[in-house]
Each structure stands twice: as C-alpha cells, then as structure tokens.
Design a binder for this molecule. Structure first.
Ligand SMILES: Cc1ncc(COP(=O)(O)O)c(C=O)c1O
Length: 373
C-alpha cells in the first residue's frame, strides 16, 4: 500500500499558475540616496492639503472608517460631475480590477487584454478562475482589430489600460468606441485610466462618456499617480449602478480607511496641485524623450508620466547592463522582462535632479558601451 501523504491545504491549481506581481525596486544596497523611478509615483508628492487631512485622522484610529467612503465619493463626484451612486472606491485601483474579474468571470471564461497590457490583468483573470487571452499590439499600442479578433463566446471581460503601462501609448477615444461597439453586450469593458490626468491630447478621453451611455463599461482611476498618494492605496471606479451594486457585495466592508478618504477628498479638490504635477510632466516628458533618443536608446512616444526605453542587444549595452549601471549611480528604473520586453526599462519622469541625472548617466553608459564594444 502506498504511503499516504500528510494532508495539507491545496490552493486551486490556477492560483499556482500565477506569476506573482513583482513591484518596482525601491532602493540599492549600499546607497543612502536613490532616485526611485520604478513605480510611476509623483515627483511632486501629495498635495499639502491631503497631507494635512491625513494627519488630522491620527486622532481617530480606534474607530472603523466610513465603509461607504461617502466623503471621497462626493469629492470625486463634484470634481467630475458624476453621480456618487455610480462611484465605488477601492484599496488602490488594483483591488477594483481584481474584484471586477472575480465578479464577471466564471471558471473557464476568457479575460482579454493587449500584449503589453498591465500585468495585473492576467493575474486578476487567473485568480478568478478565468483564462487570460492576450491580443497582439502594433507599434507597442493596443490594436482594436486584434482585440476584436480574439473575442469569442467565452470572452466576458476586456481590460484596456489607456494610456497603457508600461508602454505609455494610448488609443484615441474613437478607437475605444470602436472597440466597445464590436463587443457583445454581455462583455464588460474595463477602461483603466490610471494615467488619464497626464494625457494632453485632443483625441483622448478617459471613458466617462462611454460609461454614462452604456451598460457594460467601467472606468477605473487611481490616486497613486498624479495625486501622489500611492502609499494610501486609493482607487475608484465609475460604473453603471448594477455593476457598482455587484462590487459592493464582494468588497471588504471597510476597504478604505478614513485617513485615505480624507486625504483623497482633499487631493481631488486641489486642482492647483494636479495642474502643477501635469505641468512638470509636460515639461520633462518631451525633454527626456529627445535627450534619451539622441543617445541611441529607443524611446516609445509616451503620453503618461513614464517612458519605455529600448536598449541594444549587444553585450555591455543591454537593458540589464543599463539597469546595473544606473542602479550603481542611484537611479532605480523598472525592468520589464515580465511584460515580454527584455530589452527595455521603464523610467518614471522624476524631479529635475533625477531627470538630468539619468540622462547624464545614460550618456556615460552608452559612450562607455561604444568604446568597449
Ligand atoms: C495601468 C495601471 N493600472 C492600475 C494601476 C494600479 O494602481 P493602484 O495604485 O491604484 O492600485 C497601475 C499602477 O501602476 C497601473 O499602471
């Protein structure tokens, strides 16, 4: 008789098929000061009003937060002219993305996203028991025809980051509408607009209009990027009331804390701070694009607060070599091999000191690489 194995809890098989999300590095061993350009955080930090609101909450830590995040939903509703009943807040937009997959996928259903789409999508789809399906991109940009080609009877959710992380590319609203028009009514389209505030293009829209005029579109947003509140974990979604109702049934009853509610409400009301952060980005994004391209490093045109840099393949000049070289000088970028982009690094637009420093270090790296090569 075979020896019986000791019993132990077994996760569902699809959970073990997930490659756990690896966040951007924060530091470099042995270096006291680093410029963290690996997680698309705001170089301007949070609005002083948000910091003050956060501090004021230190007096109330024993009490449960307002589980409905009413004050935050009202502040968002005022800022964007939205019905608060159609807004739901999450512990980061990550939580909402994952809840959407859990609520709308049955085991064996397919969740669709684009080739270089945000890595949380396949994770959320698998965790919900679904099958992740990726559609080819063209020029590192989501391709509506390729996405629609992959839609079948089992497709139940489509995630589109617009602009996308890590490429920084975007789809004009006309293309988003074409994607929506090609989807059956029972397929949920999730427009993840985490970087919407940075986009300065006339043909871009985050998706509010599409949510308002359809029953199968959700727009997600975050306070982690332009609002500089990544640490507080605040995301929100604008969605048709039945979708909000479904999400409210499965979210943690106190998924956002009061300090985050107060800080988020103050942040979204501080239009000046958002404008300053957008202006900083508008100044440095083109500068970095030009300067880095001139060094012989490929730069994908970006509308976000980050750039995808493509390095040569020859020894001494690869993305991994550049990562080591920059890290040793205190510039922490993001390796994106997990996205199928082993030749690339993603760089957040940082402070003036960080931006000029990276360009100088990259110039040294490319020169040294040329000499050695
Ligand atoms: C496209 C995209 N969506 C969502 C998120 C998650 O943001 P949050 O901090 O709100 O969970 C990120 C964060 O990097 C992102 O790049």
């Amino acid at each position: 008789m075979a020896a019986s194995k000791p019993l132990r809890p077994q996760p569902r098989a699809e959970i073990m098929a997930i490659d756990a999300y690896v966040p951007g590095k924060s530091g470099v061993a042995g270096l006291a000061k680093v410029h963290k350009l690996s997680s698309n955080e705001s170089p301007l930090g949070a609005s002083p009003a948000a910091v003050e609101a956060f501090r004021a909450n230190a007096e109330h830590l024993a009490a449960y937060p307002d589980g409905s995040a009413r004050a935050l939903r009202e502040a968002i509703g005022r800022r964007y002219g939205l019905d608060v009943e159609q807004i739901i807040c999450g512990n980061g937009s990550d939580e909402l993305l994952s809840l959407l997959a859990h609520v709308y996928l049955r085991p064996g259903d397919e969740g669709l996203y684009s080739q270089y789409g945000f890595l949380e999508y396949p994770i959320a789809i698998r965790a919900a028991g679904g099958i992740p399906v990726a559609a080819k991109e063209s020029h590192e940009t989501a391709d509506v025809d390729a996405l629609l080609d992959k839609v079948g009877a089992r497709t139940k959710i489509v995630f589109l980051a617009n602009p996308n992380n890590p490429t920084g590319t975007y789809l004009p609203f006309s293309e988003v509408k074409r994607l929506h028009a090609g989807l059956p009514g029972d397929v949920l389209l999730v427009l993840d607009a985490a970087y919407a505030e940075y986009v300065a293009r006339n043909d871009y829209a985050a998706g509010i209009e599409l949510v308002a005029t359809s029953e199968n579109v959700v727009m997600t947003r975050t306070f982690s990027k332009i609002h500089g509140l990544a640490n507080l974990r605040i995301g929100w979604a604008y969605a048709p009331a039945p979708i909000v109702g479904a999400l409210n049934r499965v979210r943690g009853p106190f998924n956002i804390n009061d300090a985050a509610i107060a800080a988020g409400a103050a942040a979204v009301a501080d239009a000046g701070h958002v404008e300053r952060a957008a202006a900083h980005n508008a100044r440095w994004l083109p500068w970095l694009t030009t300067e880095i391209s001139m060094l012989g490093v490929g730069v994908t045109p970006s509308v976000g607060n980050f750039l995808l840099l493509r390095f040569p393949r020859d020894n001494g000049r690869t993305a991994a070599d550049a990562d080591r070289f920059l890290s040793a000088r205190g510039f922490v970028l993001r390796a994106v091999a997990a996205y199928g982009l082993p030749d690339c690094l993603r760089m957040t637009v940082g402070t003036e000191e960080a931006n000029t420093g990276v360009v100088a270090a990259l110039a040294e790296f490319m020169k040294g690489a040329r000499r050695d090569g």
